[in-house]
Design a protein around this ligand. Structure first.
Ligand code: IPM
Ligand code: MG
Length: 355
């Protein structure tokens, strides 16, 4: 029996997790998936409950689980509270506490969604990119950080972008192993023309490369990578990058596939224990309206089945069910290009029907 912890969070999080829960319960009832589901608070919902965006009870449950499925955190209501207590801090803390350093963000275009892409259909045909983002280091976690006042009374905000060679090397190994299983092409994205941390990043990635001779490695500056992603995205297969650049590039890559509401992610530790989440945020503007696209979360279940539960066949079934649902022309508002849109709930039901 595998234990799965559901963390709905804030905004559209509870709505998309409700659909994911239905799908998991269906897999348990009809496809022999041996799981036990639990639910806990994180983010703003946890702050409202006990003034802590990552309560001890939630962290303890996450540590005891085989996998975690998270909705989203954050919202305007929490923007003015002290930074340490903000919803996002709960997410960053759980990533760090569980040592989920490897964040895999696949950007795949479903052919029938080509029209929904922000690029011309011919530019995104067959798009299939895997962004491997370092998730527990870099400027997100670097110290010192803060806002200080200089001696002449001027306020200054500061953060530290720091990576040590072990952090770079372990994420590079993950990316090379993934590249080996795909087309054998890896592009490492940095800002080595300006940043020392990127210079070290390149050196370490080069050193790790000597262990993966069958992978061809290239390097690209992040500004150019952003441009290339919207110019000719199909030149990329696996992209390896740090925490901040990966955050930005994965949102851009998402739009190429039609909607950020389509992209799942897996955040793994060195044992492939993981937390799975849609890459979209809490989307407060559409929360509670049955408008959110639950497919990124449902596709995150497929990643969970594959990476943490070793249920490869079921993972394929879920992916296939999503694909067929889209092919039938069913669309939530974010991916509807003229079609009549259906709601969050109805999309969840449609995937279960396709299963
Ligand atoms: C993401 C999100 C988070 C991040 C936020 C909510 C802290 O944008 O998962 O991409 O920046 O990592
Ligand atoms: Mg992001």
């Amino acid at each position: 029996m595998k234990k799965i912890l559901l963390l709905p969070g804030d905004g559209i999080g509870p709505e998309v997790i409700a659909q994911a829960k239905k799908v998991l319960e269906h897999l348990r009832a009809e496809h022999g998936l041996n799981i036990e589901l639990e639910e806990a608070l994180i983010g703003g919902a946890a702050y409202d409950d006990c003034k802590d965006p990552l309560p001890q009870t939630t962290l303890a449950l996450a540590k005891q689980s085989d996998a975690v499925l998270l909705g989203a955190v954050g919202g305007p209501k929490y923007e003015s509270i002290e930074r340490e207590l903000r919803p996002e801090k709960g997410l960053l803390r759980i990533r760090a506490e569980l040592d989920l350093f490897a964040n895999l963000r696949p950007a795949i275009l479903y052919p029938s969604l080509a029209e929904a892409s922000s690029l011309k259909p011919e530019l995104v045909a067959d798009l299939d990119i895997m962004i491997v983002r370092e998730l527990t280091g870099g400027i997100y976690f670097g110290e010192p950080r803060g806002i200080r006042t200089s001696s002449d009374g001027i306020k200054q905000g500061f953060n530290t972008l720091v990576y040590d060679e072990n952090e770079i090397s372990r994420i590079a190994h993950v990316a090379f192993r993934i590249a080996q299983k795909r087309s054998g092409k890896l592009c490492s994205v940095d800002k080595a023309n300006v940043l020392e941390v990127s210079e070290l990043w390149r050196d370490v990635v080069e050193a790790v490369h000597t262990e993966y001779k069958n992978v061809s490695l290239s390097h690209m500056y992040v500004d150019n990578a952003a441009m290339q992603l919207v110019r000719e995205p199909n030149q990329f297969d696996v992209v390896l990058t740090g925490n901040l650049f990966g955050d930005i590039l994965s949102d851009a890559a998402a739009m190429l596939t039609g909607s950020i509401g389509m992209l799942p992610s897996a955040s793994l530790d060195s044992q492939d224990k993981g937390m799975y989440e849609p890459i979209h945020g809490s989307a407060p503007d559409i929360a509670g309206k049955n408008l959110a696209n639950p497919l990124a979360t449902i596709l995150s279940i497929a990643m969970m089945l594959r990476f943490s539960l070793n249920e490869i066949e079921l993972a394929k079934k879920v992916e296939d069910a999503v694909k067929r649902t889209i092919e039938k022309g069913l669309r939530t508002a974010d991916i509807a290009a003229g079609e009549q849109a259906i709601g969050t709930n109805e999309m969840g039901d449609a995937v279960i029907k396709a299963l």
